[in-house]
Structures are given as structure tokens and as C-alpha cells.
Design a protein around this ligand. Structure first.
Ligand SMILES: [Zn+2]
Ligand SMILES: [Zn+2]
Length: 137
């Protein structure tokens, strides 16, 4: 009986997302990519790990309008993704981490005029990134 080290589902998912840090993924993409690579990597395991990782701020989780699915992106250096706003390129899907202070006056206005508070961690602004803007120019 040889004892083989099995990579944990969590680590497989992190590895995969790290290797593709600039790309957005749906849970299904991730499941397809990692299944067969470890034990017990079924749908619910992958979903559960994605949930946990996004709670820990290791993944940015956002709703994709055109795919109608929740998408994920790796974000190790941004531990506070649940606290700040993100911008997403509508062409390539790349995520940008924004400083909340940019929205200071907008946030105040929204509070004053509409009585609403920005939920930074859940907000994604659609944009077109530098790279995509310069394509075809
Ligand atoms: Zn972030
Ligand atoms: Zn782009």
C-alpha cells in the first residue's frame, strides 16, 4: 500500500486560479479544470471551497451579467476584497481593485440624496481596460 500525497481540493482550486490570475471563471469552469485531479472533487466540494475562499478574500466573487453565473477570480494580494469596490473590463473580464476613497464624494451624495449606502465589497463597475481600449486603434 503506497501512501500517496493527495492534494486537497482547496489547494488544487487555488493553484488553478493562481495560474490564471487574470481570467474570470465560473464555478463550472473551475470544476471542469480540477476534476479528476484529486479525490472527491465533485461539484459540491468545489462550490463549498469557492464559497470559503471568497469569504476569506482569496477570491473575488462577482455576478457576470452576460453569462448569468457567478464568476471568480484569484486575488491573493488583495486580502480585503470584501471591503473595496472592483472594476471589471467588459471585454476581457479582467478585475481591478479600486480604492474606496475614489468614491468618497459619490458615496456621500448617494447617502444624502437617496439614503443609500454603497456596498463596496459587492459592487463591480463595468469598464474597458487599457489593453482592450488600445486594440484596434
Ligand atoms: Zn479586491
Ligand atoms: Zn480588457
Amino acid at each position: 500500500m503506497k501512501s500517496e500525497y493527495k492534494t486537497k481540493p482547496r489547494n488544487l482550486i487555488i493553484e488553478y486560479l493562481k495560474d490564471n490570475a487574470d481570467t474570470r471563471f465560473t464555478a463550472r469552469d473551475i470544476l471542469n479544470a480540477v476534476k479528476g485531479k484529486g479525490d472527491g472533487l465533485d461539484r459540491s466540494t468545489v462550490y463549498r471551497n469557492l464559497e470559503r475562499l471568497s469569504k476569506e478574500g482569496k477570491l473575488v466573487k462577482y455576478k457576470e451579467a452576460d453569462v448569468n453565473a457567478t464568476c471568480y477570480q484569484y486575488s491573493e494580494e488583495h486580502e480585503s476584497c470584501c471591503e473595496h469596490m472592483h472594476a471589471q473590463c467588459s471585454v476581457c473580464g479582467k478585475i481591478f481593485h479600486l480604492d474606496n476613497s475614489i468614491f468618497k464624494s459619490a458615496a456621500k451624495k448617494m447617502m444624502d440624496e437617496y439614503g443609500i449606502e454603497i456596498d463596496y465589497g459587492k459592487s463591480v463597475i463595468m469598464c474597458i481596460c487599457d489593453e482592450c481600449r488600445n486594440v484596434g486603434m
